[in-house]
Design a protein around this ligand. Structure first.
Ligand code: RUB
Length: 410
């Protein structure tokens, strides 16, 4: 009888989607792994009169290994939709019912590897890290950005003033925050137009900068909204990938009318990623974002910022952005969340220079205001890039000195 257990078997990586899961269960691991493989492919809780050995042999998932609480399960490419399924169908297979199986306990999808025939179905990033660097004329140094703060409340003119000040202080990027879209106090059209004017003014003064306008909305409207913000002058757009869905990122990346980079925020990911024993780790999420065509993605702050995360996990996310995958361009890893100048050195030591570092409170909370806050962030990046200790650099850079006095170093 065909079985789901194939321990020790080597499968052809061109023919299988291979997933690693962490399982916390009271039942024997073999049984747990087999029931995951069955549930997610050709089986269910009982034997079926409708299945055959051929069906299980051809389409059944294979448990390839079990080590401690980890199991590797391979899904035949035939289990995946040829064209129309996209990420929704992929997730239903590799990350669907299994999380709810009463017999299992806790379960976490840790990693996934896709065969070429699947990565070929996805567009990948159009701009990626190199495209962003080209637009900003910043070939080597980390990009330095801000999230306009407060995240809601500023009207369009004040938002644009913030962006202008941030650019005048040297920042390369700014962005809407995840909860700002088209509220009455800051309509998206007025904001986009005002920010575009601020960016034009900066450019006329010799400084190039982009601002990502948040177009997160319902799936049937997102491309249309992105087209509109482009026509209003947006140079970059932002999408909240978990709340909008991977398909929204893909729709934007594939639509020929969208001609600006896509900054991908991951708000709500903590519901999936935070429990080390249950959910979906950020690594598969990062891989899927790259497949779908995001150009920049939040990866965490490598253990120093305000959001939960750790250096090893965030570094794995960074590698998912930068390591070879599917022939895609590299995407820009973004370190964001509780960032301030005194932590930039530690972060960059861990991340390297191909990274975008951004601070909201760490810019707008500077006692000298946004321009001084932007300068302090740029000075911290310059110090890290030159390999100079931040405290030493601050001796000749007063904005950085003020920031270190206020928030210290980490
Ligand atoms: C940044 C902020 C962002 C986080 C999200 O503001 O709140 O939404 O980057 O974090 P501030 P993550 O700089 O004031 O903390 O990207 O890790 O999900």
């Amino acid at each position: 009888m065909a079985t789901y257990m194939h321990l020790g078997e080597q499968v052809d990586p061109d023919e299988y989607v291979v997933c690693e899961y962490r399982v916390t269960t009271d039942i024997p691991m073999e049984k747990a792994a087999a029931s995951i493989a069955a549930e997610q492919s050709t089986g269910t809780w009982t034997d079926l009169t409708t299945t055959t050995e051929r069906i299980v042999g051809d389409y059944g998932a294979k448990v390839l290994s079990i080590e401690g609480d980890r199991t590797v399960i391979a899904y035949p490419v035939e289990d995946f939709s040829i064209d129309v399924g996209g990420v929704p169908q992929i997730l239903s297979v590799i990350a669907g019912n299994l999380f709810g199986l009463e017999s299992i306990g806790k379960l976490r999808l840790e990693d996934v590897t896709f065969p070429k025939c699947i990565t070929d179905m996805f567009p990948g990033p159009r701009f990626g890290a190199s495209g962003l660097r080209r637009i900003l004329d910043r070939p080597e140094k980390p990009l330095v950005g801000t999230i306009v703060k407060p995240k809601i409340g500023l009207p369009p003119k004040e938002t644009a003033d913030y962006v202008y000040e941030a650019g005048a202080g040297g920042l390369t990027n700014s962005k809407d925050d995840e909860t700002l879209t088209d509220q009455r106090f800051c309509p998206i059209e007025d904001r986009t137009v005002a920010v575009a004017e601020a960016l034009d003014r900066l450019e006329s003064e010799g400084h190039r900068m982009v601002h990502a306008v948040n177009v997160s909305t319902n799936g049937d409207r997102i491309v249309e909204l992105a087209e509109k913000v482009q026509s209003w002058g947006a140079r970059e757009i932002m999408v909240d990938v978990i709340t909008c869905g991977f398909a929204a990122v893909q729709a934007l990346a594939e639509d020929p009318s969208i001609k600006v980079p896509i900054h991908v925020h991951r708000t709500m990911h903590g519901a999936l990623t935070r429990d080390p024993l249950h959910g979906i780790s950020m690594l598969p999420i990062a891989k899927l974002v790259r497949m779908c065509g995001g150009d920049a993605l939040h990866i965490g702050t490598l253990g120093v910022g305000k959001m939960s995360g750790n250096p090893a996990g965030d570094l794995a996310n960074l590698h998912a952005c930068l390591d070879p995958m599917g022939g895609y361009r590299e995407i820009m890893p973004v370190c964001s969340g509780g960032v301030f100048p005194g932590m930039v050195g530690t972060m960059v030591k861990r991340s390297g220079f191909n990274v975008q570092i951004q601070a909201g409170g760490g810019v707008a909370g500077h006692p000298g205001g946004v321009r001084a806050g932007a300068r302090a962030m740029c000075q911290a990046v310059d110090a890290a890039f030159a390999g100079i200790p931040v405290a030493e650099y601050a001796e000749t850079h007063p904005e950085l000195k003020t920031a270190l006095d206020r928030w210290g170093t980490r």
